[in-house]
Design a protein. Sequence first.
Length: 379
Amino acid sequence: MKQIDWKQAPSPSFVVDERLLKRNLELLKSVQDRTGCDILLALKGFSMWSTFPMARDYLKGITSSSLFEARLGYEEFGKEVHAYAPAYADHEIDEYLKYVDHIVFNSFDQLARHKEKVQALDKHVSIGLRVNPGYSEVETPLYDPCYTNSRLGIPFESFKPEELDGVEGIHFHAMCEQNADVLERILVHFEEKYGEYLHQMKWINFGGGHHITREDYDVELLIKLINRIQETYDVKVILEPGEAIALNTGYLVATVLDTIKNGMDLAILDTSATCHMPDTLEMPYRPMIIGSGMPNEKKYTYRLGGMTCLAGDVIGDYSFDEPLKAGDRLVFTDMAHYTMVKTHMFNGVNLPSICLYNEEEGVKVVRTFGYEDYRNRLS
Ligand SMILES: *Cc1c(COP(=O)(O)O)cnc(C)c1O
């Protein structure tokens, strides 16, 4: 594969490689083709809408967890629009219903509150309920939908089989960056509790968190599980990954602005952990940089920090073969998902430009940001 010439990209910028995105989409489509299941893009994880014309050739539609995501999916993706939210506000539900064809409620009260409106529409919107399967293997509470006292999904104790009138689907989401063996174990718990109600449903949504495009993911087991559930209960399986669609398809290009010393070598970059890759602080995790090593693995180790005044705006410690100097380019990998969607302008720091890459056209800048974007968020 032809190497990207990073000097073509503005700094800082996100660069998504269309070749890699296409590879992920092809794998996801093969799962759809081999099972008849539907795969949706969860916009929460990846909403770079300049890629939607490509993604819509492969996926069934999108899923949204807010009114704006639903509208973006409706206007820019243009296939099925699903929605789930912990609660829908009365002043938003009418607009929501213009965009969606599936809507998932988080409680029987929400179902009762909005059901009449859904059923009075002159189009069919399929109603689902999100349940909490009561079992997950996510180790970070911030990302565990089944954590103690979770507000996400109806716990089995509150499930009311006598109130399922008009409900066509069941939804659960209990995974994060996991393989199919975790799904298999969740299904054991899910079926034990909710299996008997699945026979009367049209669809079952396994949520997101399936790391399908990761190298060691067990696609064959996923296909087996989908086929078994579809055959046992005569339902359609829906998956709604976000991360798996954009996994390992994008980069964040940054530049060293200065190097200083305080007990160790420090480098200040024209990007920011908190503004441009907040998951490095929240998850937390250590992004890779092309050509770098772990601290002290290579000759020159630096602590890389962002350009805000937040003391903790630190990306991590990295080592390099050569000393860093102002003007050097650093390229962070796997920066397409849960980055662009999470950026903000804290401290007045501008957002990275958004770029696409393909071999014919090279790096194309699709969006740059400026002072107006910062000012318009405030008043
Ligand atoms: C976040 C989320 C997803 C997508 O999860 P990924 O980890 O990005 O695959 C899907 N469904 C729901 C309900 C979510 O909250």
